[in-house]
Design a protein around this ligand. Structure first.
Ligand SMILES: *Cc1c(COP(=O)(O)O)cnc(C)c1O
Length: 382
């Protein structure tokens, strides 16, 4: 009710990105990664949009996200919990036919017990520790794991054997990633010898798909690219360098919008907002926009960021408040209360990108997106 701002997701942008990703994947299956509230896009609207466009498989980090997804009223896609499933969550997942990451013996035994008790097969992905040193079975213990699976084949459905790269977006990590790929090859050979048939062998995330296409195999877990972002700028430069493409083939789905609440005149020499960080050098007109750090608008953008009003950039004047910012509309003729404001996205031929929010961190797009508060309404547009 009465939201001060709202987020839109562009259908056509999603279709463009999906086509680009699917072209890379060929016949391999796409697992659409929607953890972190679909990278801030909103898991429910995003999954709905993806399913309307033929996506039937989603990856989440933990069971609570799988629960939200399956109760969103969007149908029953395949869902893979790639990370955390504690005991009760595992019981729920097995009963629902949700696929789970099995990364240690305790998870494996619990999955088997639940499957025996409920009479439903546990749909499992065995995670291999190849060099990330986070979770997963060491290659040297895999034989025991496979033996155990073979004993319990009546209760286990071996969906996947997988690993995750520790930084496929940067050439700096190339040796490490190649070592991971080599370890995964060893694991796959062991699978072959064991006689177990996994439906999928999967390694690649977005950066894997772009920089190590040989790892796509018959499935990839793609997150950031489907939302229209490269894993990092290096990955984009590598792609554009190789393809001689001047234009970015990906399009951002997300826009963040609000409207002008009030416009006020400020005389030269007066201060704008809290404190003295912003003194008007000349007579100015300032518009107040009802979005602040309580809504996820970073305080670091104080006296630095900009928004779009009437197709022009309006610079932030003063400190980002809890619920509002002031922006300079001196040069924007006719700016008035009620004018649409774009905080992220396009207006006319101007654009405010997610990365313009700060240039500090390499992983910035991921972080900025997932920090967008859940309670901002999400709306799908054409
Ligand atoms: C987040 C994640 C992905 C997707 O990563 P992107 O870089 O967004 O494509 C894939 N696999 C796992 C295990 C993940 O946690």
């Amino acid at each position: 009710m009465f939201p001060p701002s709202y987020i839109t997701l562009s259908k056509s942008a999603f279709r463009t990105n999906l086509a680009f990703v699917q072209e890379r994947l060929g016949t391999a299956r796409l697992c659409s990664v929607v953890k972190g509230n679909a990278y801030g896009h909103g898991i429910e609207p995003f999954v709905q949009l993806a399913m309307e466009n033929g996506v039937d498989y989603f990856g989440v980090y933990s069971a609570d996200e799988a629960y939200v997804l399956l109760n969103a009223g969007v149908g029953k896609p395949d869902v893979f919990i790639m990370g955390l499933v504690d005991d009760e969550a595992l019981d729920w997942a097995v009963e629902q036919g949700v696929e789970c990451c099995i990364h240690n013996v305790s998870r494996l035994e619990r999955a088997i017990r639940t499957a025996e008790r409920t009479g439903r097969k546990a749909r499992v992905h065995i995670e291999v520790e190849t060099g990330m040193h986070r979770t997963g079975f060491e290659v040297k213990v895999l034989k025991n794991v496979f033996d155990r699976l073979l004993e319990k084949m009546d209760h286990i459905e071996p969906i996947g054997l997988f690993t995750h790269f520790a930084g496929a977006e940067s050439l700096v990590n190339d040796d490490r990633v190649r070592e991971q790929i080599a370890h995964f090859d060893v694991a796959r050979n062991q699978v072959e010898r064991s006689g177990i048939l996994f439906e999928y062998h999967h390694q690649a995330c977005s950066a894997g798909v772009m920089n190590y296409p040989g790892t796509i195999g018959n499935m990839a877990r793609v997150g950031i690219m489907q939302y229209g972002f490269w894993s990092n700028s290096e990955t984009w430069f590598r792609y554009s360098g190789m393809h001689g493409d001047a234009e970015d083939p990906l399009r951002r789905l997300i826009s963040w919008n609000s409207q002008v609440m009030a416009v006020t005149d400020v005389k030269a020499g007066q201060f704008i907002g809290y404190g003295t960080s912003c003194e008007a050098q000349t007579d100015m007109r300032v518009a107040v926009v009802p979005v602040g750090y309580a809504h996820g608008f970073d305080r670091g953008l104080s006296n630095f960021g900009a928004v779009l009003i009437r197709g022009q950039r309006a610079r932030i004047t003063g400190i980002v408040n809890m619920n509002a910012i002031s922006v300079d509309v001196t040069g924007i003729a006719g700016a008035a209360a009620g004018d649409p404001v774009v905080l992220i996205g396009e207006q006319g031929d101007q654009r405010i990108s997610v990365s313009s929010f700060s240039e500090m961190s390499e992983q910035l797009n991921y972080e900025m997106l997932t920090r967008l508060p859940r309670d901002i309404p999400r709306v799908i547009t054409d």
